[in-house]
Design a protein around this ligand. Sequence first.
Ligand code: SER
Length: 340
Amino acid sequence: MRKTVILITGVNGEIGHGLVRSLHKEGVTNLIGVDLNMPDEYVQERTQDCLVGNILDKNLLERINAQYEIEAIYHMAALLSTRAEFSPVIAHEVNVDGTLNLLDLAMEQAQSRGKPVKFFFPSSIAVYGLPSLSEKSEAGAIHEDDYRYPQTMYGCNKLYCESLGDYYGYYYKRLSATDSKGLVDFRAIRFPGIISAQTLPAGGTSDYAPEMIHAAAKGEHYDCFVREDATIPFMTMTDAILAIELLMAAPQNTLTQTVYNIKAFNPSAGEFFTKLKEYFPEADVKFVINDNRQSIIDSWPADVNDDQARQDWGWSAIHDLDKAFSDYLIPEIRSRYEHS
Ligand code: SER
């Protein structure tokens, strides 16, 4: 008998950590992780098994397929937007071919189980591309179907993988005699920038907000690479994980879309710094603009409309900007650096 498990790729990454932490707290004991590097002890202690390897390695995926019965996949492994601009072809391989491999694994598992495999895919505000700053400010809170003209390799990859998810969910091999509709139960969220008190992101373009606050907590200087008026939506890791869990728990027949926007708060970099100074008056931040990274942020929306997520699966963020600092970031970051 194969063991029934929940598979998390990119388990050692930021959201991977957050998911393991939360699912483990809720009593989930059958987590299997995959990551390029051996996950840290925190993750190892809270998972049944951690496999070190590349999601492009078909042998690794075949081994997983043979060894486990998978009920759900949280496919978090990806190269983020800044890193992807330095290695676009590698980013495409990891972000697109890697996702295709995981969708295929989900389909094989669902066919052999004879029941659907749930598949969570973290998409991003990077799928949007606003042509100019004036259009960005006029556009306001944009809907899921607006401005899907990504300007980054990462954004292109995420947008295409959303379509791949729809294909596996609804149209897979429609010319064959077997009906595979619904076997891969694909669900995706377009995340804003995420700020975690426990971990720092690597290679993203929204990294300036988390980097600013972690630097302040450590008493270090920080050069913020975007202008003070740069604005995109953000949320806490707590809310990002809550959203994943709410969407994954929603009955399939209540979902009217496969891909949802969500939002919590959207301060400019300058407003974020002002809030930070309430807690760390000595915070030493200089705005040293990197024009190229700035242009990526300028192409992302300042705000998104998340009405459908609210309506379909009861989405509502716990933390606005004030609560993000007072109830989550400041207490957890302070205790983190005091103890390290
Ligand atoms: N946070 C991601 C990045 O900056 C966007 O989804 O790449």
